[in-house]
Design a protein. Structure first.
Length: 137
């Protein structure tokens, strides 16, 4: 039995716990408030959280999908003390399993991908050399 609990599409996530975890990882989300977090999670096609048995939130993942051909993972966050203990893998595997019939796109920073290439490659995630990701903030 795992020391972690995976919750797929939970009915409720405490936004304050999400904000606390963003701050812990150094996430720059100055304008993010509780209602924005609720809306982002509710409007995701899929989301999963991982908690400790006592209910402490230690990670989450969100996915947006058309359910047919394309799935995009805009966000995977895990507590720094637990990511290397399997939390990241549980989260990413949950989305890949759910949407295995689609192409799954995952965004991450270049340094994270480079440092953890084996983690991603084990799951079939590799860079797409001809893909350029653009954004407007």
């Amino acid at each position: 039995m795992s020391q972690f609990e995976l919750h797929e599409n939970p009915a409720e996530v405490n936004p304050e716990h999400v904000i606390d975890l963003y701050h812990l990882i150094g996430g720059d989300r100055p304008n993010l408030d509780a209602e924005m977090i609720r809306q982002a999670f509710v409007n995701s096609s899929y989301m999963a959280t991982v908690s400790l048995p006592d209910g402490e939130l230690i990670g989450w993942i969100r996915a947006l999908s058309d359910g047919v051909s394309t799935t995009w993972i805009p966000e995977m966050v895990s507590h720094p003390e637990y990511g290397s203990l399997g939390v990241d893998g549980m989260l990413l595997d949950a989305v890949i399993d759910k949407y295995s019939h689609t192409t799954v796109y995952f965004q991450t920073f270049h340094t994270d991908f480079t440092e953890r290439a084996g983690f991603y490659e084990k799951r079939g995630i590799k860079p797409m050399p001809n893909l350029i990701v653009c954004a407007k903030k």
